[in-house]
Design a protein around this ligand. Structure first.
Ligand SMILES: NC(=O)c1ccc[n+]([C@@H]2O[C@H](COP(=O)([O-])OP(=O)(O)OC[C@H]3O[C@@H](n4cnc5c(N)ncnc54)[C@H](OP(=O)(O)O)[C@@H]3O)[C@@H](O)[C@H]2O)c1
Length: 280
């Protein structure tokens, strides 16, 4: 079985590289130097030549605040490029799998969002990811979209690494406690996608995060505790920590469908955080 992972120098892409040896499949890893997913002729000729069984798009424009002033680039990468991958995956008989985000939701709910919940993005990043979802499903009715949230890993830049870095120079940091969601270890997401490849469900949209619920404050506090860092973490409100992009106050995702239909067990976020911290 031949599997393409695009954007493979990112957090999720590198997590696939890490777990690939556990599967007896032929993985091909590309990032923008090998396959620029915004370039239609490159996408077409690469998928035509290689005839993958699965195309997993781990590339995206993920700079949430920067996207607010960079709509065109965010749209190109988060909407146009996934559309191209979906279109040519269909044309050359590859199953297309794409990753989306909890930021497609407005955060006004107080119960977990299911795959049937209505998206209402409040940021350019969330909006372009939602456009991407719609464009993919319009051109490829078999495509799979997995929404995830608060992704971290031992690779690249993320909240966990930022907290550890800040703790080296600061004795006290403030972290918002009115944005509630679930951290997701990219290795767990990569493994879930591999389970999906081995047990392909029929529906299009799934949600995947680790188990459990917390605020960014709880997440930061747990990182400091587990790493035995003395930096004090203080809870603050989002209104006292203004950011360029609006973020949902509540973006917990309901994972019951992926658990039932793909038959996976999902680790609790605290257990996965411990695993990741061992590698940092
Ligand atoms: N990070 C999160 O907290 C989070 C939360 C929810 C959902 N997600 C979704 O999860 C997925 C994986 O996120 P991630 O954190 O692993 O992303 P990431 O670390 O930002 O990686 C994205 C990769 O895509 C590459 N890329 C950029 N432009 C490209 C192009 N034209 N062609 C091919 N590759 C290109 C990037 O390269 P450069 O770095 O060189 O530009 C980078 O290596 C994305 O779909 C994201 O939207 C992420």
């Amino acid at each position: 079985m031949k599997i393409l992972i695009t954007g493979s120098n990112g957090q999720l892409g590198n997590s696939f590289r890490k777990i690939a040896k556990n599967y007896n499949y032929d993985f091909v890893f590309t990032d923008k130097d090998e396959l620029d997913i915004t370039n239609e002729s490159q996408v077409q000729s690469f998928l035509k030549k290689n005839r993958f069984d699965f195309v997993v798009n781990a590339a995206a424009y993920t700079a949430v605040d920067k996207a607010e002033n960079d709509f065109d680039m965010a749209y190109l990468l988060n909407a146009t490029a996934p559309y191209l991958l979906a279109k040519y995956s269909k044309k050359y008989s590859s199953q297309f799998i794409h990753i989306s985000t909890d930021y497609v939701f407005d955060g006004n709910s107080s119960t977990p969002y299911s795959s049937m919940s209505k998206p209402n993005p409040k940021s350019v990043y969330g909006g372009t990811k939602f456009y991407g979802e719609k464009k993919i499903l319009r051109v490829n009715k078999d495509a799979k979209i997995i929404r995830t949230a608060w992704l971290y890993s031992e690779f690249g830049n993320n909240f966990v690494k930022t907290m550890i870095k800040l703790a080296q120079t600061k004795s006290n940091i403030n972290v918002v406690f009115d944005q509630i969601g679930t951290p997701t270890y990219a290795t767990d997401l990569a493994k879930a996608i591999m389970s999906m490849i081995n047990n392909m469900p029929s529906q299009n949209i799934f949600h995947f995060t680790n188990e459990g619920v917390c605020s960014w404050y709880d997440f930061a506090k747990k990182i400091m505790d587990l790493k035995h860092l003395s930096c004090k973490v203080s809870p603050i409100l989002s209104k006292d920590f203004p950011t360029i992009a609006r973020r949902p106050h509540y973006s917990v995702l309901d994972k019951s469908e992926i658990k039932d239909k793909v038959q996976i067990k999902i680790p609790h976020w605290e257990d996965s955080l411990k695993e990741c911290l061992k590698l940092l």
